[in-house]
Design a protein around this ligand. Sequence first.
Ligand code: CP
Length: 329
Amino acid sequence: MRSIVIPPELKGRDFISTQDWTVEELETLFILAERLKRAKKAGERTPLLPDKTLYMIFFDASTRTRNSFETGITQLGGHGIYLSPDRMQISHGENAKDTANVLSRYGDGIAIRHCTYGEGNAYIRDVAEQAGIPVLSMQDDFYHPCQILADYMTIRERFADTRGLKIGVAWTSAPNYVRPISVPQSLVLMMPRFGLQVTLAYPPEFRLMPEIEEQARANAEAAGTEFRVTHTFEEAFEDADIVVPKSWGPLVHTRDAAEGLRLIEEYPGWRCDAEHIALGKEHLIYMHPLPADRGREVTDEVIDGPHSVVYDEAENRLHVQKALMALVM
Ligand code: CP
């Protein structure tokens, strides 16, 4: 294979929301991710970041994000350091400024997951303001940008032209904990920018932040496509090419966790099964960022069935994040 050339324009950039990057910049990232995926499949080494260090601060648990970032930086010839705030001086009150400045003197990138509602995005933006090296979001309370990059890469692999495809983003009932709203928010923001029509379905208490829905509408209008909201689960599936049924918390409606869990139990019928999948087009793909609450959010028949692309989606986290790190670090 020919050697990979990294365009220099994006070096040093932060990545906190896809909204901060132009469609052309995101396109550059996807082309590189596809190239890196082909290289990996061919057994070609891609040491694009030799001796570079990425600090990964996790305020919240992770399986996919941690392992895809850490594996990704290793495959690029660099090194990832897993950091847990309870083992850092953050636990004794060290602020974002001091953490950001110190890590910037040592390494080459800081990645953060902080999903506490009302805190996460503000903290990551604070670190980014202070850091002299790129800051990457590994998910916050508003956005999960790397997940949505992987989702769109997976869609591109299945459909030659993504313009005009219908994607249904539907809330599902999963009672074990109150999940962040960052995945649906990032989906409705980015997908219209690539020409997809988005139908967002949720019970009224599970609305997204009004400014995000407004921005999604503006993005759709600018791209000549559509963003619509419904309170009927089935509408997300009808005639859809792609569906992403997943749970999130009623965080815009209430911050009370007990009330949130009670509201989730109010809508047990919001669960994806084979009858819902049959409402979509024959080629419909079922997506979920994982972890999924099997049996409550989705039946095994669907998530393990022929429409499901959940493992491709999880794999693509590795490829898009390698592209991201190579571009900005
Ligand atoms: N989809 C996702 O972000 O998975 P993890 O929470 O396991 O990182």
